[in-house]
Design a protein around this ligand. Structure first.
Ligand code: MN
Length: 407
């Protein structure tokens, strides 16, 4: 199917236009190029800009999304408007059509250089499940701070990998309740966390917090994110300072970054706030735009869907997370990535981690490929998602795929 004729209802139609970075395996230069997905094709965006004499060639004829991310919100809108015209206006067809490549013929790469990486803990259902599992005797499954600030930690930017990259099973220390001393070896509780990653474009100045209402001045778009987690390593190391080696070995992201502009129809109000918030986090005021996004995620293990987490149920929004992460004066850099935290809905079939789905291994999943409490070598996990668009359309968010290999 030629790209200009993407069928009606395709989740990657001209209403979406996510950005990625690709190379052509046969290309002797091996060069990386910015690509824009349309249907099951990718447009060489830099070549298109050059062919049409567009001023955006300086943002698009690049080996990654860095220049576009740094260009700011006005440029993001202008480039998107231009791209929409290039792939829909019939007079461009003869110039543009040869610049499309079938997705099946290209290699996809990490689309931007990840600057700082932060991960949050924003689903109340997830936090309550984890609290009940790890602190069964606690009076409240939520910690006392949970409803007052979006809890997060700084992760490891250098191990963020693109979808399709194998994940080597990590080794580390673990100490089960019956072990008198810690032992070292490959993790036996390797897990996933289904999340959404937000990509910062416009930097901020050190000492100047980013206000709730400035979210879309700074954040370019979002991707899918799998926060691989070694639960046994994590359980032994994380008190009192939080996740470290149990998380830092790999974080997978989708190859496509969906611009926030494509997700305008998916914006929604977050769940009702049960506790009053300090002013810098308070999104209940009538002049604050709704900060939630209605994204429907699916989690598949070895091709079998095990969960469908609804992002709209997240208690803390990405705008609140951005405001909180900068409220102490910490600055943003182009390429900063922050994860939403595991997305878990209220129903058992909406949990975004095996920890919750199997209740820490007590209730293994019965998959066609065998029972699973946690991941085995060779298992492949695929997260996919879509968001509602205009008039019943769907906005596809691509996938993040990863296979576990022996360490
Ligand atoms: Mn996480």
């Amino acid at each position: 199917m030629p790209p200009f004729d993407v069928p009606e209802g395709d989740p990657f139609g001209p209403h979406n236009l996510p950005y990625g970075v690709f190379s052509l395996p046969g290309d002797a230069s091996g060069g990386r190029r910015v690509g824009v997905r349309l249907g099951d094709h990718v447009l060489d965006a830099g070549a298109a800009a050059a062919a049409l004499g567009s001023p955006y060639v300086s943002l698009l004829a690049r080996p990654d999304l860095g220049a576009l991310l740094a260009a700011g919100r006005t440029a993001w809108s202008d480039v998107r408007r231009a791209l929409t015209a290039w792939v829909t206006v019939p007079s461009h067809r003869t110039v543009i059509e040869p610049l499309f490549h079938p997705l099946s013929s290209v290699a996809l790469h990490l689309p931007f250089e990840v600057a700082d990486y932060v991960d949050f803990y924003a689903s109340e259902h997830h936090a309550r499940n984890v609290g009940s599992i790890f602190r069964p005797d606690a009076e409240d499954s939520l910690t006392p701070n949970w409803k007052h600030l979006p809890i997060g930690y700084h992760g490891r930017a250098g191990t963020v990998v693109v979808s399709g990259t194998d994940v080597v099973r990590p080794s580390g220390q673990r100490k089960g309740p019956g072990d008198p001393v810690p032992v070292f070896g490959p993790s036996v509780r390797l897990d996933i966390e289904a999340e959404v990653g937000f990509v910062v474009g416009t930097p901020s100045e050190r000492g100047r917090p980013v206000a709730l209402g400035d979210f879309r001045e700074h954040v370019f778009g979002l991707c899918l994110l799998n926060d691989w987690s070694a639960r046994d390593v994590q359980a032994w190391e994380y008190v009192p300072l939080g996740p470290f080696l149990g998380k830092s070995f790999a974080t997978s992201v989708s190859a496509w970054v969906t611009p926030l502009e494509a997700l305008e129809p998916a914006r929604t109000a977050p769940p009702e706030r049960t506790h009053p918030l300090l002013p810098y986090l308070d999104d209940s005021a009538p002049d604050v735009e709704p900060g939630g996004y209605d994204l429907r995620i699916s989690v598949a293990v070895n091709g079998h869907t095990v969960s469908e987490p609804p992002f709209a149920t997240m208690y803390w929004t990405a705008a609140q997370q951005l405001a909180h992460m900068t409220v102490n004066g910490a600055s943003l850099r182009t390429g900063d990535l922050f994860g939403s935290g595991t997305v878990s809905g209220p129903e058992p079939g909406q949990r975004g981690s095996l920890l919750e789905l199997t209740w820490n291994g007590r209730d293994p999943l019965d998959l066609p490929t065998g029972k699973r409490a946690f991941l085995e070598d060779g298992d492949e996990v695929v997260l996919t998602a879509w968001a509602p668009g205009q008039d019943g359309a769907r906005v596809g968010l691509g996938e993040v795929r990863g296979r576990v290999v022996a360490g």
